[in-house]
Design a binder for this molecule. Structure first.
Ligand code: SF4
Ligand code: MG
Length: 314
């Protein structure tokens, strides 16, 4: 709720603060238990920073994050460490997130050890079980990350995330670095695991087709903020926010008979160190009105399950 993460920009020889980057700027949404909430946006829109801030892997500047009623931003780091068992993250680049000097055995054991599984025999058993769950054979435990393909490495990343039976997994572009043929295998695995272990995912991606495949609801981010959020079907068939409509109009449709609105966006995404006033999208929006430059639109319901931040609707 109203989550913010601002980074100081240090400059000059004294490293003094010369400004700030508003990577996440007033982000609000909720995730229902058992659902897959997709979050899309162009690179630099603050999706990854949001994911890390939610888990307090980086400290949010302002706002709150509630998990089953507990405000995470009120917890001490020790309390947070305990609770983090329930909340895991899977990263985009499985290679960078796996220590190349450690065998898979140790990589997957680590979270078990941290959360109190003292017996090494128990840990070994659990690692075997986890490898099986993600579709890898037990002998892989004694191999190193470089001995695996990209898809296999992401399976290892998933096994590690599952080690302590989490409830929520933040998936930060988990298939973006993979070949298209491997992407769907990993997405299917993730869907199976969601069913099997009653998981909840926040699934961050820049690729609309990936989000369309896996999500129940989808949120669209622009410059650190969510601008639209609704169920997948509605978002893809009846997008409201001009930015969402521009994203959708860039997706090719297979059927040449279908006519569709085309919104071509002019210019680049403005810098988050100097975001536009009012609606952050007004510099590129073909529908911008005077009010858009002055007043930031609230993120409000246009109907009971569709939120939009745009003066055209509110
Ligand atoms: Fe465009 Fe104004 Fe809506 Fe922003 S608030 S998206 S500038 S119409
Ligand atoms: Mg990212």
């Amino acid at each position: 709720s109203h989550l913010k993460k601002y980074f100081d920009i240090k400059g000059g020889i004294f490293g003094k603060s010369v400004g700030e980057v508003k990577a996440v700027d007033d982000l609000s949404f909720s995730v229902n238990e058992g659902e897959i909430l997709g979050i899309v946006g162009e690179s630099g829109c603050g999706k990854s920073t949001a994911g890390k801030s939610i888990l307090r892997l980086i400290e949010p500047t302002d706002g709150s994050v509630k998990f089953e009623g507990t405000d995470l931003t009120d917890l001490t780091s020790e309390e947070m460490r305990q609770l983090r068992k329930n909340m895991q993250i899977i990263f985009q680049d499985p290679y960078a997130s796996l220590n190349p000097r450690h065998k898979v055995e140790r990589i997957i054991s680590e979270p078990l050890l941290i959360h109190g599984m003292k017996s090494s025999k128990e840990r070994k058993e659990r690692v075997k079980e986890l490898l099986e769950i993600v579709g890898l054979e037990a002998y892989h435990a004694s191999r190193y990350p470089h001995q695996f393909s990209g898809g296999q490495r992401q399976r290892i990343g998933i096994a590690r995330a599952l080690a302590n039976n989490p409830k929520l997994i933040i998936c930060d572009e988990p298939v973006s670095a993979l070949d298209v043929s491997v992407q769907s295998q990993i997405l299917n695995l993730m869907e199976e695991l969601r069913e099997k272990f009653k998981l909840t995912y926040v699934f961050i991606a820049h690729d609309l087709s990936v989000v369309k495949h896996i999500s129940d609801r989808v949120g669209v981010m622009y410059l650190g903020r969510m601008v639209e959020l609704t169920d997948k079907h509605t978002l893809f068939n009846d997008p409201k926010h001009p930015y969402t409509r521009a994203l959708m109009s860039a997706v090719p449709i297979a059927d040449p008979d279908i006519e569709r609105e085309r919104i071509i966006l002019e210019g680049d995404v403005p810098s988050p160190s100097n975001p536009p006033t009012g609606c952050a999208f007004h510099t590129r929006c073909p529908y911008a009105m005077d009010i858009c430059k002055e007043v930031r639109p609230e993120f409000e319901n246009v109907d009971d399950k569709h939120l939009v931040a745009c003066h055209l609707y509110n």
